[in-house]
Design a protein around this ligand. Structure first.
Ligand SMILES: Cc1cc2nc3c(=O)[nH]c(=O)nc-3n(C[C@H](O)[C@H](O)[C@H](O)COP(=O)(O)OP(=O)(O)OC[C@H]3O[C@@H](n4cnc5c(N)ncnc54)[C@H](O)[C@@H]3O)c2cc1C
Length: 552
């Protein structure tokens, strides 16, 4: 299907990179040893989004799609067990609206912002997914989270967003920390610069630990390795949470090659650097410029600093092969559902999945479902079910405005994020997961007593929007930790400290337990996250063998 997806996107005008002969070009990415990823400079995701958006605008102009900008879906409405509409809030006027339909599709993205800080957009949230979970849709594998290794490190406590540096940078950048603690301290105290360190004084720890994949190990492996070095004290910035991503070798390699291509067989060092930097600028110029704007350091001259950050959620609403949830007529696509990636998502595959779901699966499967409704007629919005759903939505919004508590929404969100990052983050263990479950519940109880939402109900009010979203994150976070506790094995983005290879060539690496955990954990809502019931969907491998990959 991937060939069809690329063709679809090219037809929509996505400017994929091309080779000299005009054919689509490929490059390598984390987790693979071959070049098989289509790309558009360092902005593939953005370009795909623009292509899809432009195609949608065309249909809006033709009257085939009615766009409801700046509306938030706050609940799904079920009639006779089938999804028949939604309750939405107009974010500009505050008006609550009823929308009916023969089927409902949720495409509202992932829940990475449960960690407060992530690479996701500030408005990314789990409300729609969580609301349908509460109305009967199972939630699968919430603990599978991707922590991306290549993000700009946190600068301090008063930060609301993290920035991703594209994974494409690992194609040419080499990741390292100083070998010696004295150098770490000297760099932190400003007595030395990273460029002062010789090759022998650097620990290219991914190349050392994973000679086969080197800097292109999958994201989870690269992230844990950075954490391991920083936990051991080798982090290179003030917070101790940063490693270097260095382009010096690539600049020299490309510069030498370019000089030869220009017929210069004895180029000066300065010429090699100049030519090499030009190649790097062509490939990653936009990313280097973004880094310099944020960090105020020139990454052509000094290595970038990076650290892992929450980026993507492989878990989500459970769906069948038709992308239907456990509620009839309720579909879920894209990052919001759990499908396709399993415990680990490799580079580029998120957009592949989103495009496959939206362009190649759902158009066929939803038609099949709708064929039974061909004579149903319009679904009324004045039914008892719509009344009830709207009443619940309004009561909750009223509560937030009238609560007059003492702390802002962000105060609770930050506290939740800290528990999630410290105890349900890159490495998890039984003790901390149990603590997290208790602490998240405490934060949630306090939230409902003490949250303060300024402004009014019937107006643009971002604090009010956030309040509802954080209330949902506070429930989802607990289920997330419960799922991580249940899965007593390491598996892709979920790393349990108790489940590690103790000897042999994989010593120290994540250890899966396929005998006991080769299943999708699909949770059914029963009133409180602590009471959620686990349904196991066994994983059957017929055409391929289930085995553990080695990146060494
Ligand atoms: C910085 C960054 C770079 C990335 N780069 C790549 C890449 O190069 N390749 C790749 O494959 N993947 C990449 N990803 C991942 C990929 O972009 C996402 O997984 C993908 O965009 C998810 O698409 P989606 O349509 O499912 O959800 P989203 O793109 O998150 O869209 C969800 C939409 O739903 C809206 N929404 C949310 N809740 C509600 C609600 N209650 N009511 C109404 N609307 C709602 C949101 O505002 C948003 O517009 C990247 C992600 C990030 C954050």
């Amino acid at each position: 299907m991937s060939g069809n997806i690329i063709d679809q996107c090219v037809a929509q005008g996505v400017p994929f990179a091309r080779d000299y002969g005009g054919l689509l070009d490929n490059r390598s990415f984390g987790g693979v040893l071959v070049s098989r990823t289509f790309y558009a400079k360092g902005q593939t995701g953005q370009q795909l989004l623009l292509g899809a958006y432009a195609a949608m605008n065309r249909q809006i102009a033709r009257g085939k799609i009615t766009m409801h900008n700046r509306h938030e879906m706050l609940d799904v409405v079920k009639v006779d067990g089938k999804a028949r509409g939604i309750i939405a809030r107009n974010l500009i006027t505050g008006e609550i609206e009823r929308h009916s339909a023969h089927a409902v599709v949720i495409a509202t993205g992932g829940y990475g912002n449960v960690y407060f800080l992530s690479t996701n957009a500030m408005g990314s949230n789990a409300t729609a997914a969580w609301k349908i979970h509460k109305k009967g849709a199972f939630f699968a594998n919430p603990c599978y989270t991707q922590i991306h290794p290549t993000c700009i490190p946190r600068s301090g406590d008063y930060q609301s967003k993290l920035t991703l540096m594209s994974e494409s940078l690992r194609n040419d950048g080499r990741i390292w920390v100083p070998k010696n603690m004295e150098d770490v301290m000297a760099i932190r105290e400003g007595r030395k610069k990273p460029t002062d360190l010789s090759e022998e004084e650097r620990d290219y720890y991914l190349e050392r630990r994973y000679p086969a994949f080197g800097n292109l190990v999958p994201r989870d492996v690269a992230s844990r390795a950075a954490k391991e070095r920083c936990d051991a004290g080798y982090g290179v910035n003030a917070t101790g949470e940063a490693v270097y991503l260095d382009f010096k070798t690539a600049i020299n390699r490309y510069g030498t090659e370019q000089a030869l291509l220009h017929g210069d067989h004895n180029p000066s060092a300065a010429k090699i650097i100049k030519l090499g930097e030009q190649v790097i600028e062509e490939k990653y110029g936009n990313l280097f410029q973004m880094y310099e704007k944020i960090v105020d350091e020139n990454p052509y001259k000094t290595p970038m600093m990076i650290y892992p950050a929450t980026h993507y959620t492989m878990g989500g609403v459970w769906v069948d092969y038709n992308l239907m949830t456990t509620v009839d007529g309720l579909y879920c696509i894209g990052e919001a559902n759990f499908s396709d990636h399993g415990a680990n998502r490799l580079g580029a595959s998120a957009l592949m999945q989103g495009l496959a779901d939206g362009y190649f699966v759902l158009p066929y499967t939803i038609g099949d479902y709708l064929s039974d409704d061909i004579r149903t007629g319009e679904i009324a919005t004045d039914s008892a079910e719509f009344d009830q759903a709207e009443k619940e939505v309004k009561e909750r919004l009223d509560f937030f405005i009238n609560n007059k508590g003492t702390h802002s929404v962000d105060y609770f969100h930050k506290r939740l994020g800290k528990v999630m990052w410290d105890k349900v983050g890159m490495a998890r263990n039984e003790k901390q997961l149990k603590e997290a479950i208790v602490e998240i519940k405490e934060i949630r109880d306090e939230f409902w007593k003490n949250v303060k939402v300024p402004g009014s109900l019937n107006a643009f009010n971002q604090e009010l929007e956030k309040a509802g979203r954080v209330a949902d994150f506070l429930e989802l976070g607990e289920l997330f930790a419960k799922d991580a506790l249940n899965r007593n094995e390491s598996c892709g983005g979920h790393f349990r400290e108790e489940s590690v290879e103790l000897d042999g060539p994989q010593k120290g690496e994540a250890k899966r337990n396929d005998k006991d955990y080769a299943y999708v954990a699909a949770w059914e809502y029963k009133g409180e996250p602590s009471e959620a019931v686990l349904h196991k969907e066994e994983l059957e491998f017929k055409d391929i063998e289930l085995k553990t990959r080695s990146y060494k």
